[in-house]
Design a protein around this ligand. Structure first.
Ligand code: ADP
Length: 495
């Protein structure tokens, strides 16, 4: 009920870090400006945070450049780097609950999700990358002629990284982990909605022995701080996660400045396909999770649910019942599955998409409005009879709005599922191995989950086809984003 949201819990944590982190020091922004970060449960200010812009990016890049050129980080033995990263992971693990509380406060996600899944996977990711640090090496190449040929895998230099607000800690780990394992230095720009947890963990990183200047963090806005980073002449590589529209902007800024290589992890409109032979109760639960997880704010959300016509009516009935049972409320309260959306802009945008769905010929099965009267809460919403030409079928809504489509056969559903500008992920639900194989080969998406969804181990690569991005993060594939390959050729005198 709405009353549940009216009395909010006091978060069991304090905000200790609000300044920019440059060259190992927490400092004010050059302009002295700050911006408020809000509690999405109440729309009230949590803290005022130093607002970095171009001048602060310049300072941070200079610190990262110096740390790269003069060391010790890139020149340190890989084992030493690995030990610092392992120690950092241990420290984060010790502060698990505080960090989860800070994440929930700034972002609005359920506390138990942050405490039991996100902070532990952050720790796991850093241990994974710490393990890589001393296993990165080149090859010897059997060349024609009397030459000794080897490749050196060198760090690329100063990495600029821009992250979004939906998983502030995980996005930090996906970006910072591989860059540091490979010996690079970093300037990270956090999302303006969620600046707090990155500063908190960066402090622990320095406690673990990270040398000053290796990891610099600039809080601030996209068109100022973000754009300055993307177009900086002394940044050697750019990694970005966010919307497809902003992805195009940063790619252009990178190209127009110094042609720094760019990896992009962008939007999606991922199909979740339920075949006639699927276990329906399991499919209902997973399709629900695939869409509603994290308030629907996942780039890989299963946001187009395709259901075979033979099981369609049963699915709709059960999906609707499940959505109506979803517990919305203060994310600090036990049992709450869905907290508020991140901010007023997203909240209004989602409500506009819901209105567009209501105005179309799709059927509103449940939800369809805000939840309560304070904070950015939205009712779990299900539309059935959705058709491909509707706006809700094409655009990324990034909210708790499930859109269900009906299909007849596999060939048809592959075509319809691929008929999108995106290609981030897909879900396939069937007991038939041949159907599963046909679908996994036919779908143009960077990840296909079969009879599961949102499984994110550190070693599993993640990234998009088409306008969902370029390059892969996590796993062995992520390392090449942060390495240069140098071929070294020497003549053999006495072959
Ligand atoms: P969303 O619309 O979901 O907030 P964005 O793509 O706008 O997604 O934001 C993702 C990240 O990109 C944030 O850190 C944001 O500040 C940053 N950003 C936004 N606009 C720009 C820009 N013009 N240049 C560089 N970074 C930007």
């Amino acid at each position: 009920t709405a009353a549940a949201v009216e009395e909010v819990t006091t978060p069991p944590v304090q905000v200790s870090f609000t300044k920019l982190l440059i060259n190992g020091q927490f400092v004010d922004s050059a302009s002295g400006k700050t911006f408020p970060t809000l509690d999405p449960r109440t729309e009230e200010v949590i803290a005022n945070v130093a607002e970095g812009d171009a001048e602060d990016i310049n300072r941070a890049v200079a610190a990262a450049r110096k740390a790269f050129d003069e060391g010790p980080w890139p020149k340190m033995s890989a084992y030493e780097r690995s030990k610092i990263m392992f120690k950092f992971a241990d420290l984060v693990e010790k502060h698990n609950d505080e960090l989860a509380a800070l994440e929930t406060w700034d972002n609005g996600k359920p506390y138990l999700q942050a405490a039991q899944a996100e902070v532990p996977s952050f720790v796991r990711l850093f241990r994974y990358y710490a393990g890589w640090a001393d296993k990165i090496h080149g090859l010897t190449v059997p060349a024609d002629g009397p030459h000794h040929v080897q490749t050196l895998h060198e760090p690329i230099g100063v990495a600029g990284q821009i992250i979004p607000w939906n998983f502030p800690l995980l996005m930090f780990a996906w970006k910072v982990g591989p860059a540091l394992a490979c010996g690079n230095t970093i300037v990270l720009k956090t999302a303006e909605q969620t600046p707090l947890t990155a500063l908190y963990v960066a402090n622990l990183f320095h406690e673990a022995g990270l040398p000053p200047g290796v990891l610099n963090i600039v809080s601030g806005f996209g068109p100022t701080a973000g754009a300055a980073l993307a177009s900086h002449m002394d940044v050697d590589k750019l990694a970005f996660t966010g919307s497809t529209e902003t992805g195009k902007t940063v790619l252009e800024l990178a190209a127009k400045s110094n042609l720094k290589p760019v990896t992009l992890e962008l939007g999606g409109k991922s199909p979740f396909i339920i075949c006639e032979d699927a276990d329906i109760d399991h499919a209902v639960e997973l399709a629900h999770f695939a869409l509603f997880f994290n308030q629907g704010q996942c780039c890989c959300a299963g946001s187009r649910t395709y259901v075979h016509e033979r099981v369609y009516d049963e699915f709709i009935e059960k999906a609707k019942t499940r959505a109506m049972r979803r517990v919305v409320g203060d994310p600090f309260k036990k049992g709450v599955e869905q907290g508020p959306q991140i901010d007023s802009e997203q909240f209004q945008k989602i409500l506009r998409y819901i209105r567009s769905g209501r105005d179309s010929s799709a059927t509103l099965e449940c939800g369809g409005d805000r939840f309560g009267s304070k904070g950015y809460f939205i009712q779990p919403t299900v539309f059935s009879n959705v058709k491909e030409d509707m706006l809700i079928a094409q655009d990324e809504i990034f909210g708790p709005v499930q859109c269900v489509f009906k299909f007849k056969d596999i060939g048809e559903v592959i075509k319809r599922a691929n008929n999108t500008r995106y290609g981030l992920a897909a879900g396939v639900f069937t007991k038939n191995i041949d159907t599963a194989n046909t679908l996994t080969r036919g779908l143009r998406a960077g990840t296909v989950w079969v009879n599961c969804y949102d499984v994110f181990d550190a070693g599993i690569p993640f990234g998009g086809y088409k306008m969902s991005g370029m390059g892969r993060e996590k796993g062995i594939y992520s390392l090449s984003n942060y390495l240069q390959v140098k071929a070294v050729v020497t003549p053999l005198k006495n072959p």
